[in-house]
Design a protein around this ligand. Structure first.
Ligand code: TK8
Length: 338
């Protein structure tokens, strides 16, 4: 071996060894990333934003500074999506359900009782189906990085326990701004009122609406127990969150910066899902402590609900969603335990 070759090998080796710590040798510029979210800093969402920020700092030698803005202080989900598209804000996390005004196909996740458990959701969201939907955001000016878990949604209200579907009759129930939700809860006999999450607590407090539906983690962290006496464990929909970046902004990043962002996002996803799942059990106990009257729905009643919303699936399919729905159901079938 020539001396030259030996030297080359040695420097190559040195570079490989140094690579993980040599963030400064990468093409990474100091950047401030404004990251908006709807829940409080103390929520599972807030904790995951903090984790994401720390990961980015670690992986970029402190150059990529992610600043979290909680409590919808940069706007509601829909306002933030538009700010990302326009390039006025860099990043956010929010419900996939609020994306339907931009990519209608995201509504497919909102059909009730699709996923049986979190494992099915993870496999489908992180697999080809979920990733294809994420890719469809690009032509709309958004980049989807990863799905986080919002969780299985449950009903709360201030009027009465809901043990059978008829108990929902006449209840003014806030839903996300999404036609599948409006359709579903009207079929259940409630009066569905679409409203941004950022306006929800006040709407519940003032009695503009009687109830709402969200995962137990959110019901706790947003203090809905202060204005809602009853909770029904219905788990009617598994709700994903999605971490989004402005495409305008993302396109201006170097390849190294994008890679760091993607990898930190995946780390944040794994952290967030684990944390949210642990928090779910704790939240339930805390909500009981806070005095909420909590009941489950019987299998028979859940069966009635499934029957009742069958036409919602037909409607969704007839509105152009047939292939998408079939595709999703096929992906779920692949991972479903017999
Ligand atoms: C927070 C929302 C929330 C969602 C909702 O911005 O609107 O009910 O469940 O998590 O995205």
């Amino acid at each position: 071996m020539t001396l030259f070759r030996k030297l080359l090998l040695a420097t190559g080796l040195a570079a490989a060894i140094l690579a993980p710590v040599a963030a400064s040798a990468q093409d990474v510029k100091p950047r401030i990333i404004r990251f908006g979210y709807g829940l409080s800093e103390a929520s599972n969402q807030g904790r995951a934003v903090k984790f994401f920020s720390e990961e980015l700092a670690k992986r970029s030698g402190g150059k990529l500074k992610l600043k979290g803005f909680g409590d919808a202080s940069l706007g509601s989900d829909i306002q933030m999506q538009n700010a990302l598209i326009g390039g006025a804000q860099e990043m956010m996390v929010g419900s996939t359900a609020t994306l339907v005004g931009i990519v209608k196909d995201f509504g497919v996740y909102d059909l009730p009782f699709l996923f049986n458990d979190e494992k099915e959701a993870d496999a489908v969201l992180d697999g080809p189906f979920g990733q294809k939907l994420i890719a469809s955001l690009n032509e709309k000016g958004l980049v989807g990085l990863v799905y986080w878990e919002n969780g299985f949604r449950n009903l709360t209200n201030s009027k009465r326990p809901v043990t059978k579907i008829e108990d929902l009759n006449g209840i003014k129930l806030r839903v996300m701004q999404n036609p599948v939700y409006i359709d579903m809860f009207n079929r259940f006999g409630a009066n569905a009122v679409p409203l941004a999450f950022s306006e929800l607590f006040t709407a519940l407090e003032t009695g503009t609406v009687d109830g709402q539906e969200n995962p137990v983690t959110t019901i706790l962290s947003s203090k809905f127990y202060e204005v809602q006496g009853y909770m029904t464990i219905s788990k009617h929909v598994y709700s994903p969150w999605i971490v989004l970046a402005s495409k305008r902004w993302f396109d201006g990043l170097s390849a190294d910066e994008r890679k760091i962002l993607q990898e930190a996002a995946i780390a944040s996803r794994d952290f967030e899902r684990k944390d949210s799942r642990e928090a779910t059990t704790q939240s339930l106990a805390l909500l009981k402590e806070k005095g909420m009257k909590i009941n489950e729905l019987s299998t028979a009643e859940l069966g009635r609900m499934r029957e009742m919303v069958k036409p919602a699936f037909d409607k969704y399919a007839a509105d152009g969603g047939a292939d998408l729905l079939k595709g999703l159901q096929a992906e779920i079938a692949k991972v479903r335990q017999p």
